[in-house]
Write a protein of this length. Structure first.
Length: 259
């Protein structure tokens, strides 16, 4: 048996929050005559779980349902056992949770989101901003892809085809993989007061997470600032590349101290 599954060896079980489904699928694999239903708020994760179930050869023994644990879409007495993967619990946790004030604030926040149609606003304005940024991909050699949903937007960079631009990219990437993204993040903040960040260590991707209350005037401001910065990156040897040299030196010094 799997650790944490004492006595759950038969019948129909409910897994709350299965994510990619591995825990429940391993349980099915190690038991006979058992079936499983998985309940998750994320439709995307359910699709991943269904693919994994097919790979496990368990599609006939598991069904994934879209929904939340606060209002179970099942009759009482449906299941012989219920379990959840606590490894994923911190994803939904917070230092400031588990007290009455935090819960009241959370409920009030959800109410504001509903009353002011902030999710719909983010979807509309975000779609426009994604379109603005995608229109720049063909114009700027370092841009590779723009993707996102609502106001969660990522711009990915990649080595360009031109010899001069490719050499400049390599200068930064040799010092630290993905360093070009910092060449965009820094001037966006310093000169345009737009706060964004790289998507992760060694990642040549910048992510934008503007507030849900963003309006079209802010969308225009972000797109215009980004266009200006990307235009400057095309001028290899210009002022912005002096910043690139500074970033590269700092990265090399940090690497030297760690070795």
């Amino acid at each position: 048996m799997l650790p944490g599954f004492p006595g759950i060896t038969r019948g129909l079980a409910l897994e709350v929050g299965p994510g990619p489904g591995y825990l429940g699928l391993e349980w099915l694999k190690r038991t006979d005559g058992t079936t499983l239903k998985g309940l998750d708020l994320s439709a995307d994760m359910l699709r991943v779980a269904e693919r994994n179930a097919a790979e496990y050869g368990m599609s006939d023994r598991v069904e994934y349902v879209h929904g939340g644990g606060d209002l179970l879409p099942f009759e009482n007495g449906t299941f012989d056992a219920v379990f959840s993967n606590m490894v994923r619990a911190p994803i939904h946790g917070s230092t400031f949770s588990k007290n009455n004030l935090a819960m009241a604030a959370g409920i009030a926040t959800l109410e504001v989101l509903r009353q002011e149609n902030l999710v719909e606003n983010a979807a509309k304005v975000g779609e426009g901003l994604i379109g603005d940024l995608r229109n720049m991909v063909e114009r700027f050699s370092f841009m590779h892809e723009v993707r996102g949903k609502g106001c969660m937007i990522a711009v990915e960079f990649a080595p360009p085809s031109g010899l001069k631009h490719r050499a400049a990219w390599k200068l930064l990437d040799t010092a630290q993989k993905g360093l070009f993204a910092q060449l965009v993040v820094v001037p966006l903040f310093q000169r345009h007061r737009i706060l964004c960040q790289t998507s992760g260590h060694d990642a040549a991707t910048v992510k934008f997470l503007p507030p849900l209350v963003i309006g079209n005037e802010h969308r225009v401001q972000i797109a215009s600032a980004f266009e200006q910065v990307m235009g400057e990156t095309e001028k290899v040897g210009g002022a912005i590349w002096d910043l690139g040299k500074t970033l590269a030196r700092a990265a090399l010094q940090t690497r030297g101290r760690s070795q």
